[in-house]
Each structure stands twice: as C-alpha cells, then as structure tokens.
Ligand binder design. Structure first.
Ligand code: AHR
Length: 336
C-alpha cells in the first residue's frame, strides 16, 4: 500500500474516532448531566441514595423519615440514611461523606437552612453526584441540583393568614403571636412571609414572633413568657403542630380557653393536630405533606436515566378545620 494510501487510511480512522467521541458526549449532554452508565435503562435497583435528613424534631419529621425508609424497601433501592441531628455543620459533613462515597449516585437533602451549600454543591457536581432537594428549598444555585420536591411554604403561610382573618373578622383587636421554626430554614422564612401577606390584608397585627424550634416544650415556654407580659392576644400562629400544642398548654395554664378566647392555627396536619381539633383546642391546621419519598425516588431514577426535570415538583396539600362535621372520619383515614 503506497505511503499516501496509508496516510489517507490513518486520517480516515482518526476522523472516525473523533466523530464517535463527539456523538457519545453529545448523547450525555442531551440525556442530562446525571446520566449513569446504565442509562437510559436504569432501574430502582441501580439507585444508591444518600439521604441527609434534618433530624427527628417531631411528628411530621417522623412521618417523612418513615416515607423514605419504607418506600426504599418497597422499590428495592439502597438508602443510606444520615441524621443531621438538627445541626447544620453535621449536615454539611454528611453531605461531604456522601460525595466521597463511590457507591452513592444520588444525594437527597432536606436542608436545615437556606444558605451554606455553595461549596458542597460544587464538590458534588465535580464528583458527578446527582443532587435532589426534598421538603425544603435553598437560596439560589438552581443549576447545581436536579430538582426540588416539596411544598410551597409561602402558600402555606398565606392559607394560615386567610383562615386567621376569617376567624378574627369582627374582632375589635387582632393581635396575633407567631411561633417560628428554626431560624434560617425555608419553612420558617416562607411561612412567615406568606402569613403576613394575607393576615395584614385583614387588619391582623403580628405583635410577637420568636423561634420555638418546632418543639412543644419551647412553644410552651415562649408562650408562657409572652402571657406573663400580656393577655391581649386574639390569635396564635404555630408554624408547625408541635409548637401550637405547646401554646395550647400555656393558654390553659393561664386560664384562657384555646380555640375560643384565642384562635389557634398550625401547619403540618399530623395526627396530633387532628386529635387537638377533635378535643376542641385547635381551630385549623394547614397541611404540609411529609410523604415525599415516592416523588423524590421517581425523580432520582429519571435523572439517573438522563432526563432533565423541572426545578420544582410540588407536593399535594389541603387545609382542615375543627368545625368540619366529617372531622372524625377524615382523621380515621389519615396516614400520618
Ligand atoms: O420542613 C417542614 C417542617 O419541618 C415541618 O413543618 C416541621 O414540622 C418540620 O420540622
């Protein structure tokens, strides 16, 4: 074979290699950054999920954790569960641990706070890990996680504000106290924003607000301290059920009748809230759905198979009332 034919042949081979490489990289781009080698035929058995839970701060969180553990078993995927014990530094350390773990292909996080994630998100991307937010959003960096599965906390706050307006309609004074979740968290920030948006339209004034860290005991302590200062309160907004339960105890001990002398609204709609409404001590609870795992795992598998998803996958939620004639049967049908 002449030297020219050899050169032409070599040139042809080289060109074919380049075209093949270009084709394969284009496929990955088209299929999305998270595509795994099993894509597009990955199954739940190929999923190894590192889940960064906030901690175990109450009924809602217990239902959320159970949703992830039980659904993982049902689907046959591998779940590595990390309890951040409501400590941001521990949650960041857990994130880094999953980045280093060669088995983990998807990191799911329920962020304790909305900020502090830039570096670990960059590290996760560099390590080719898919990141999905569950339950709570973060500020910015949308291009560094595949999607957020969870509630619109602002809308939950708006619903609570609207219900408080209805209950305080015709009331001479409309002073409301707010028990907030942990400082810096999306639900604490957003529920407060949403509540004020609709409550202030109805002439409500939030005269006291403080974190009670999602807990019954702190909800009680904070409310007791406020009641020592004044009893001029017509409504209490507990950003979750547990803090509202604490306020109910404090009101009773102060000789006030919860849900009558002082209207009470909570967020979560756990079984405890239904019991409080059946007992006549809680007026309204705005649902925040903890059963997010099926949607999260479905999203994780889709991204593992190279799909690109919308940045927010909302969860379904309602509002429940103490004076609903069907309350008992609704409560009997609840999963959490
Ligand atoms: O992120 C959801 C919130 O976290 C729930 O409303 C609260 O109960 C939990 O601590």
């Amino acid at each position: 074979m002449s030297i020219y034919k050899k050169i032409a042949f070599l040139f042809l081979i080289t060109m074919l290699v380049f075209i093949a490489a270009a084709c394969s990289s284009k496929a990955t781009e088209e299929e999305g950054a998270g595509a795994a080698s099993c894509a597009p035929n990955c199954t739940y058995e190929d999923l190894v999920v590192g889940f960064l839970q906030t901690g175990s701060e109450g009924g809602w969180r217990a239902a959320n954790t159970a949703s992830f553990k039980e659904t993982a078993e049902q689907l046959g995927l591998t779940l590595k569960f990390y309890d951040s014990q409501n400590d941001l530094a521990k949650q960041v350390a857990g994130f880094q641990q999953f980045i280093q773990d060669p088995e983990v292909n998807v990191i799911v996080m329920s962020p304790l706070e909305v900020t502090g994630w830039e570096q670990v998100l960059k590290d996760a991307q560099a390590a080719g890990k898919i990141v999905i937010l569950s339950d709570r959003r973060i500020d910015g960096f949308e291009d560094m996680y595949a999607t957020f599965v969870g509630a619109d906390f602002v809308e939950e706050g708006r619903k609570a504000g609207t219900e408080m307006c209805k209950m305080l309609e015709g009331s001479d004074s409309k002073n409301v106290w707010e028990l907030q979740g942990n400082v810096g968290s999306a639900p604490a920030i957003d529920r407060g924003t949403g509540f004020r948006e609709t409550a202030e339209e109805g002439g409500i004034v939030v005269t006291k607000t403080q974190t009670a860290n999602w807990s019954i005991s702190e909800g009680k302590q904070v409310t007791e301290a406020w009641l020592k200062e004044t009893k001029d309160v017509q409504g209490i907004f507990g950003q979750n059920d547990e803090m509202a339960f604490g306020a109910i105890e404090a009101l009773k001990e102060a000789g006030l009748v919860p849900a009558e002398d002082v209207k009470i609204i909570s967020v979560d709609a756990t079984s405890g809230a239904f019991q409080a409404m059946l007992d006549g001590t809680l007026n309204v609870t705005v649902e925040c759905n903890p059963l997010l795992a099926p949607q999260v795992y479905e999203a994780a598998l889709a991204v593992l198979n190279g799909e690109t998803l919308p940045k927010w996958i909302p969860s379904e939620e309602s509002v429940f009332y103490m004076d609903d004639p069907n309350l008992q049967s609704i409560a009997d049908g609840r999963k959490y």
